[in-house]
Design a protein around this ligand. Structure first.
Ligand code: NAD
Ligand code: UDP
Length: 334
């Protein structure tokens, strides 16, 4: 079995699988599209380009097996597909809080639209869920059995509760219609093609360090996160989607290495040789204090664990941002 094939096959398959990737022009979606194309699938990338960028998929657009569909995931769509990866949703706090009602609609209506498509076509469907399901967790590290600690009325709720409702829909579609679902709870992931302007901590700190600007530490920097390099995460997606028999329940995908945000800033300053100063800014409301995935299920069920340590992943990501910022400086950036 090729791990990258969406379904395992006993015989080498003769025709490509048609795979729909919603949010395919985003950070994670573009890496996933690339991987699926490399594994001989036919890929339809559905995206409304609200936070995703054409330049993320420009290198794929010459491929005959790649189609781009400009569409809102919350609106019904019909196409014949074998598998669906549902990634469409803004992921950075500034983006998802900019239009919270739309964020909730994207998660909930988007899930219904895609689950309906899966029901009609018989496609297997994957949901990009999140560690935000656990909110500001009172159990550490977070295992899938933990039900979470989410403020339903705070500014992060449009994302957290939208994703929780989407998970509910996925499991109800399986119970009600037998839909073949896969649900990954993704922890903070970073790497090339993060949007330098989307406000997430890794991209903010690298861009600030490379430009010699102040590095903005929210709060005292003692809050923790666990950072997974994008290639490791995509490997986890592919394994979860290919797993036979189907994995019951959600699966955490993330790197269990846990760092304070102050440690992350220090590492980025060291790797870039930057002379940037650290400045403190207020901690956003409901910012989770700590995050670390328990990946026991992913190890046992998918034989998956991350391979790329933070220093190596940051080095690769910094090289990417150096190239992007260099192009911007010469006015050549797309
Ligand atoms: P991203 O913002 O780069 O990508 C999201 C993509 O979805 C963008 O291309 C955007 O244009 C598209 N999109 C948004 N709303 C849409 C709509 N209504 N219709 C169609 N397309 C729409 O974010 P990302 O980091 O690539 O995240 C992808 C998925 O993974 C999201 O569902 C996110 O919640 C989930 N996730 C990501 C992380 C992470 O660390 N990157 C962590 C947990 C979960
Ligand atoms: N953060 C920070 N400075 C920034 C951006 C983020 O200190 O410029 C902090 C933020 O408060 C949070 C952590 O870094 O504690 C991760 O933030 P991010 O927005 O990347 O992801 P999330 O909060 O969704 O995990």
């Amino acid at each position: 079995m090729l791990l990258g094939e969406v379904f395992p096959t006993i015989e080498r398959r003769k025709t490509p699988r048609r795979v729909l990737v919603t949010g395919g022009a985003g950070f994670l979606g573009s890496h996933l599209c690339e991987r699926l194309l490399a594994e001989r699938n036919e890929v339809i990338c559905l995206d409304d380009f609200s936070t995703g960028r054409r330049q993320n998929i420009a290198h794929l657009e010459g491929t005959a097996r790649f189609t781009v569909l400009a569409h809102d995931v919350a609106e019904p769509v019909f196409c014949s597909v074998d598998a669906i990866f549902n990634l469409a949703c803004p992921a950075s706090p500034p983006h998802y809080q900019a239009d919270p009602v739309r964020t909730m609609k994207t998660s909930v209506l988007g899930a219904i639209t895609m689950l309906e498509l899966a029901r009609r076509t018989g496609a297997r469907i994957f949901q990009a869920s999140t560690s935000e399901i656990y909110g500001d967790p009172q159990q550490h590290p977070q295992a899938e059995s933990y039900w979470g600690h989410v403020n339903a009325t705070g500014p992060r709720a449009c994302y957290d509760e939208g994703k929780r409702a989407a998970e509910t829909l996925f499991f109800d579609y399986r119970r009600s219609f037998g839909t073949d679902i896969r649900v990954a709870r993704i922890f903070n992931t970073y790497g090339p093609r993060m949007d330098p302007r989307d406000g997430r901590v890794v991209s903010n700190f690298i861009v600030q360090a490379l430009r010699g600007e102040d590095i903005t530490l929210y709060g005292d920097g003692s809050q923790t996160r666990s950072f997974c390099y994008v290639d490791d995460l995509i490997e986890g997606f592919v394994r979860l989607m290919a797993a036979e028999p189907a994995v019951e329940g959600p699966v955490n995908l993330g790197n269990p290495g846990e760092f304070t945000i102050a440690e992350l800033a220090a590492e980025i300053i060291a790797l870039t040789g930057s002379r940037s100063r650290l400045v403190h800014r207020p901690l956003p409301t409901d910012d989770p204090r700590q995050r670390r995935p328990d990946i026991g299920r992913a190890r046992a069920l998918l034989d998956w664990s991350p391979r790329i340590a933070l220093r190596e992943g940051l080095t690769r990501t910094i090289a990417h941002f150096e190239a992007v910022l260099g192009l911007e400086a010469t006015g050549a950036a797309p």
